[in-house]
Design a protein around this ligand. Structure first.
Ligand code: G4P
Length: 532
């Protein structure tokens, strides 16, 4: 019998992996898919060369959209649950994109390198999770290499992230001396065995064994050490508390080696049993604050990411649509709050490496909606057109550049190209009230470079970026319309419109922002802009 949409949503786990570059996110992703049975051989998610986070390789990934897209969302089934893994870009210049992706995740896996602990990018991504109250499971990776002392690692998590770290397992050794880890809740042991075949090739095996088989797995000294350490951990560390994890105060910790398939099934089981099913989302229904969750019958959801030109033969865009509620069926027509109707005839689902047409989707699922620019990041879609979700902001850019083409005759083309990239959320486009400049804003330099490269290859335009007199942009809002209008009028030389026509104040420096906002208390100068 078919399950209700609510029951279908309840068996979804939609999560993202956050990690500092090189901690092992890609390797873990491959091995989660492998352990979940979605792929038969590890190494299929991304080709090796693409792991290098250099500018040129990022471009290569972008050009080879087939791969980068299938890596954006990966869906697989495990133990009668549907896992939707959202990929987050690793480079810090893409923090805005990452932030938006996390708006679509119900929980996160934080991958740490056992030798390095918390790294700068881990911290930044963690802060985004905290901002959104996203519960986090920690996976301490690379235990097959010399690692820091587990107590030290747990202490670092607690100190730097102000969150209780509760180990679900306790490792015995690391590197060459890694034997496995003890399940602190059941007392069983998850082994890590290095098996050398006749031909000298090495394979790694992991299995769960009872306490009666500890002697086979390690020496007497190691066994004593494990018992002592596990006992100490039980004394020092707070026992795992499901509620506290869900509230974001505690992170359960699993140790492992993604490369050697160790601890991966244990992580998957932890996600299965502990991670939340699709959450209730903050929304406005007919303008009134009303939370919307999987129990709602209506099909609702929001666009959290746009990717363009996924198929180089068609200038199409795919809007990544995170379902919040209802039973979506192929061919449905959904509406935005602005009344735009979108017929969804060929929605795409991302099963491991393949794209498939989705016939049905439920709360927690992500489907790709091909469109020609009708959808924007932050747009909500629903059957009634009455629902708008909150909390998917645009960020104030930290880099503002004036853009023009070498050939002034092509300036209209350039504007179109810039608008397209702004719709995707790659960069932002500001049009000053006075003059004919086009100002682009980005949160990082790499985005500017990516933009130049894409305009060159996709639009055949050579663009020039010039320093602009502006150093900061703030969105303007006020309940007092006459005051806002008066401000806009008297500051015309520093006012621009964003892609949606919303007013933006362009400041020459941070001091300018402070000074002007202090003198205009009725007006809000905000660093983020929400669609509602
Ligand atoms: P990322 O996506 O987080 O950036 O990391 P990725 O999975 O690409 O892993 C980064 C490197 O770390 C890779 O090495 C990968 O093989 C290695 N790695 C990942 N997980 C483990 C693990 O559990 N144990 C060990 N020993 N290594 C792991 P690489 O691309 O081959 O090159 P290199 O960085 O070693 O030169």
């Amino acid at each position: 019998m078919a399950l209700t949409p609510e029951a279908e949503a309840a068996r979804r786990r939609t999560f993202a992996i956050i990690a500092h570059p090189d901690a092992g996110k890609t390797t873990l992703t491959e091995n989660l898919l492998l352990a979940g049975g979605a792929i038969r051989m590890a190494g299929a998610v991304k080709a090796r060369g693409e792991r290098r986070r250099t500018m040129s390789d990022w471009m290569k990934i972008e050009r080879d959209r087939g791969i980068s897209v299938s890596a954006s969302v990966m869906t697989f089934e495990y133990e009668n649950c549907v896992f939707n893994l959202l990929d987050t870009p690793g480079h810090e210049d893409f923090s805005e994109d990452t932030y938006r992706t996390l708006t679509a995740a119900d929980s996160a896996i934080m991958v740490l390198d056992a030798a390095k602990g918390i790294e700068p990018q881990t911290l930044k991504l963690f802060e985004v999770c905290r901002l959104r109250d996203i519960p986090i499971i920690t996976y301490i990776n690379k235990m097959d290499r010399e690692a820091q002392d587990p107590f030290q690692l747990l202490d670092e998590i607690e100190q730097k992230l102000a969150m209780t770290a509760s180990p679900l397992y306790w490792p015995q050794g690391s590197g060459e001396r890694l034997r496995g880890m003890k399940d602190l809740r059941t007392g069983e042991f998850v082994t890590y065995q290095r098996i050398v075949a006749h031909d000298g090739s090495v394979d790694f095996k992991t299995e769960r064994v009872g306490a009666d088989r500890f002697d086979e797995m390690m020496s007497a000294d190691e066994k004593i050490e494990l018992e002592e350490q596990a006992e100490m951990a039980a004394g020092v560390c707070k026992p795992y508390d499901h509620q506290s994890y869900r509230e974001g105060h505690m992170t359960p910790v699993v140790f492992g080696s993604a490369l050697r398939h160790f601890g991966v099934k244990e992580l998957l089981d932890t996600i299965l049993l502990e991670a939340p099913a699709p959450r209730v989302q903050k929304a406005k229904v007919k303008g009134n604050p009303t939370p919307v969750g999987p129990e709602n019958k209506e099909v609702t959801g929001f666009v959290f990411k746009i990717q363009a030109n996924m198929d180089p033969n068609h200038r199409d865009r795919i809007a990544f649509f995170r379902m919040v509620s209802g039973r979506f069926q192929r061919g449905m027509r959904l509406k935005t709050v602005a009344g735009k109707q979108i017929g969804i005839t060929s929605p795409v689902m991302f099963m491991a490496q393949d794209r498939e047409i989705a016939d049905e989707a439920f709360g927690g699922d992500v489907i790709g909606i091909p469109n020609h620019g009708a959808l924007r990041v932050g747009d909500a879609l629903s059957e009634s057109g009455n629902v708008q979700f909150q909390g998917i902001p645009n960020f104030a850019p930290e880099i503002l550049r004036r853009v023009r083409t070498k050939d002034p005759m092509k300036s209209k083309h350039l504007r179109k190209a810039l608008e397209g990239l702004a719709e995707e959320g790659v960069t932002q486009l500001f049009t000053p009230e006075i003059g004919s400049d086009m100002i682009v804003g980005a949160v990082g330099q790499l985005q500017i470079e990516v933009m130049a490269e894409r305009i060159a290859t996709e639009n055949n335009l050579e663009v020039l970026f010039e320093a602009s007199p502006w150093a900061a942009a703030r969105w303007l809002a006020s309940e007092d319309a006459p005051k806002l209008n008066a401000f806009l009028e008297s500051n015309r030389s520093a006012v621009a419109k964003d892609l949606d026509g919303a007013p933006v104040y362009l400041a020459k420096n941070a001091w300018d922002v402070g000074y002007v906002s202090e003198r205009n208390p009725a007006i809000r100068f905000t660093k983020t802009k929400e669609r509602v």
